[in-house]
Design a binder for this molecule. Structure first.
Ligand code: ADP
Ligand code: ZN
Length: 746
């Protein structure tokens, strides 16, 4: 029997979760147009909605009479490949989100009425005597028509718009010629190009050093095996990982296959894109959210048509519609931007793993500070580990010194610039070199630190730092909701100099300005970079030496190359260290190592100063010694003790609503439901209680966390509980968000 019914995943406003499709009939003349992956327009209630065809059936789910026809197919070819449809189904199942939402994320502009762009061209219908005779004849009677004919003759063909401009005439003139059968119109698709003819020059291949060559050889051997291996490339900052990627890709292209490269955030990695363009020219495209819908659509089509072989982009680029992938590279794999914070809450690293498995191609994870999860995979033999432990040209890693802020307090210095950091800044400025001052943006969560002994109050159950709440003068754990009153005296040293920490870039800027009135200062944070290109502008002017000091948040820690920076100062490592998040120690190590990597990148050398109240914390000590291995072991001990990933999987459920009482009821109900579904020894539930960010845009936020060693169990009970509670919650205007293996716990 013929498959007459198409499954269409329709773009609904409230899709619930799971794979929901509707059957539509395919009428005769559409049969060959309607393929798997095609975008179609369908009637839905009284409206017309767009959707994707994800498969076919010979008999429908409901009575045949009720089935309606597909109205039409939107694009000249299917926008989704078979692989992407399969991948979408997998994501929707793993991350507990509606398939339509996944499809919308995969294909740019599902909603938008974006289509291929076409222009009209005019060409001569018949060359030869006839046309020439006409030109002579018309010269006097209709000079415009003759001029138009002449113009087209000289070019062979012309875009209608250009022709009308050149001849300074109207459409009618050309229409008249068309009626006489002298010229004809035709349409041609054009490409909206994000590079707009920007030139990148050419960059020659560099001669690899020994460690780089070894890394490349390992990658190559996995390329030829055509197996889905994951290789963790652990190379210190400045070890030349990019050059290894470039040469591996060259090999892939030679083999006639394609390459996908993910970077954490495209606006922070302009250098990366230009290196790729300079090496591979027009075989490369970028895919990111700042492209116009039309540009993205066109790049998408060019990949489908095989014109583009390499795509570079942020996490969403993992969906580039290649059909013959030979390698996937994820640079700075430890970055949390690879996880999407809104639905679908997918992790591009996991999706990449899946694509590498489908395509039988290697996945390369590159980082100077691998995530604990990835390193664990490699250390336990599931993945391959390749190391580069020196910088190119044997440049030394910068010396890192730690300033103990407790001693500053004893000296009576209450500013946040220690005397040591002050002297170092002064000395760099005197030598006309540059300085980066780094501060952690997320200083919102106040915590209590003893400024005499550095003691920080942690939760006895969860080991995360307790957060200060001024109402009731309480310290609270945001995982298990343990709480206690703020102690009057330090529980450890009986000192009474207990303070709340929290610091903004603007305050730092003010103080630095006061201390160094002649220095030129640039500030970079979310406020100063809201305009479209302002990152690049700030980076560019800093690189050109138009400022002496750059003060910034996380953004300045990314993979940038500033040869004249010889001092990096970390104002207070404690704000990162004491975030109420079990990954705080890991994030701090990564941040410190990455900011340290911004200096000492030229023969001028470089130095790093970290200010902190906890100079003995393992994250700080190991960052100081550039000792990843030691950090990893310490961190893993804690993870094991408290049962955190990679020793468990997690589901975080976030509830939000405007009535806190309703919210706590629903969250409680959800917990009870989970409890009843969960066999006793199969998982743990933490909470519910308020999130660290307890209110956003007027909506209260509560959360709970389900921990289990079995991802399948988490998905099953999570989905079941969601379906049970969903409509009750909706009735009370409460939103429930499910986050599988969350990276953000705030
Ligand atoms: P990473 O990403 O590992 O931190 P990069 O890829 O940014 O390091 O490389 C740091 C610098 O070293 C870049 O300017 C790059 O052009 C240069 N470089 C890389 N490989 C070599 C090489 N084999 N010889 C000389 N310079 C190199
Ligand atoms: Zn706790």
């Amino acid at each position: 029997m013929e498959d007459k019914f198409a499954r269409v995943v329709v773009d609904l406003a409230n899709p619930g979760i799971g794979n929901k499709f509707f059957h539509y009939r395919i009428s005769g003349q559409q049969l060959d147009l309607i393929q798997e992956g095609a975008r179609v327009l369908v009637p839905f209630g009284g409206r017309k909605l767009s959707g994707f065809v994800t498969g076919f059936d010979s008999s429908p789910e409901i009575e045949e009479e009720k089935i309606r026809d597909i109205i039409n197919v939107i694009d000249p070819f299917p926008l989704l490949t078979k692989e992407l449809i399969e991948l979408a189904g997998w994501i929707s199942q793993l991350y507990l989100c509606p398939l339509s939402e996944v499809l919308k994320t995969i294909v740019p502009g599902f909603y938008a009425k974006v289509k291929a762009k076409e222009i009209t061209l005019v060409r001569i219908k018949q060359f030869g005597e006839k046309t020439l005779t006409y030109i002579q004849e018309y010269e006097k009677r209709a000079p415009k028509q003759a001029q138009v004919l002449n113009l087209i003759m000289s070019q062979g063909e012309m875009p209608l718009k250009d022709l009308l401009e050149a001849a300074e005439t109207s459409h009618q003139t050309v229409n008249a010629l068309e009626k006489k059968g002298l010229v004809e119109f035709y349409k041609k698709r054009i490409i909206r190009d994000p590079f707009q003819k920007k030139l990148f020059g050419l960059s020659a291949k560099l001669k690899l050093n020994i460690q780089q060559s070894q890394a490349l050889e390992t990658i190559k051997s996995h390329l030829y095996k055509k197996e889905s291996d994951t290789i963790l490339l652990h190379g210190v900052t400045g070890s030349g990982k990019t050059e290894v990627y470039l040469q591996a890709i060259e090999e892939v292209i030679k083999e006639g296959r394609e390459a996908l490269v993910l970077v954490p955030e495209i606006s922070l990695t302009p250098q990366m894109v230009s290196w790729f363009r300079a090496r591979f020219g027009s075989l490369v495209t970028v895919l990111h959210s700042k492209l116009s819908a039309g540009e993205r659509y066109d790049q998408w089509c060019r990949i489908l048509e095989g014109e583009i072989k390499i795509a570079v982009g942020p996490r969403s680029a993992i969906f580039a519609p290649f059909t013959n992938l030979g390698i996937i590279i994820i640079d700075e794999e430890h970055e949390s931007t690879y996880k999407q914070e809104e639905s679908p809450r997918y992790d591009a690293r996991k999706v990449a793993e899946r694509r590498s498995w489908i395509n039988k191609c290697p996945l390369i994870l590159g980082s100077a500070t691998p995530s604990v999860d990835s390193y664990y995979q490699a250390a336990s033999g599931f993945n391959v580990l390749v190391k580069i432990d020196s910088r190119v040209e044997e440049r030394p890693l910068p010396p890192v010194n730690v300033v103990d802020l407790k001693k500053e307090i004893k000296k009576g210095n209450k500013n946040f610039l220690s005397s040591e950091l002050y002297r170092e800044i002064e000395s760099s400025l005197e030598k006309k070199q540059q300085v980066i001052l780094f501060i952690n943006r997320r200083g919102f969560a106040s915590f209590v630190v003893c400024k005499e002994c550095g003691f920080v109050q942690r939760c006895p159950n969860c080991s995360i730092t307790l957060t200060y709440h001024s109402s009731g003068d309480q310290l609270k754990c945001h995982y298990c909701h343990y709480e206690r009153k703020v102690p009057k005296l330090c529980p450890d040293c009986q000192g009474y100099y207990i303070r709340f920490l929290g610091l903004g870039t603007q305050r730092v800027e003010r103080e630095v300005k006061e201390k160094f009135p002649f220095a030129r200062i640039l500030r970079m944070d979310r406020d100063s970079t809201s305009r479209r290109h302002s990152h690049q502008e700030i980076f560019k002017s800093f690189k050109q030496g138009k400022a002496d000091i750059l003060i910034g948040t996380q953004m300045v820690a990314k993979g940038l190359d500033f040869p004249r920076v010889t001092l990096v100062g970390v104002i207070a490592a404690d704000t990162a260290l004491n975030l109420p998040d079990f990954r705080a120690g890991e994030r701090t190590f990564q941040l410190l190592t990455q900011v340290a990597g911004r200096t000492g990148r030229s023969s001028l050398g470089g130095k790093v100063l970290i200010q902190t109240y906890c100079p003995d914390h393992y994250s700080i000590l190991t960052a100081m010694n550039h000792d990843y291995q030691e950090f990893y072991e310490k961190e893993m001990n804690l993870r094991k003790e408290f049962g955190y990933p990679p020793y468990s999987c997690m589901l975080r459920v976030v509830f939000s609503g405007s009535d806190e009482k309703d919210l706590s009821n629903i969250a409680g109900l959800f917990k009870e439901t989970l409890d009843s579904l969960l066999e006793s020894d199969k998982g743990d539930i933490l909470g519910p209680g308020p999130c660290p960010l307890s209110k956003i845009k007027g909506r209260y936020r509560w959360h709970l966390v389900l921990k289990s060693s079995d991802l399948e169990i988490i998905s099953q009970v999570g989905q079941k509980a969601f379906e049970d509670i969903y409509s009750t919650a909706k009735g009370k205007n409460i939103r429930i968000a499910l986050d599988v293996n969350p990276l953000n716990m705030l």
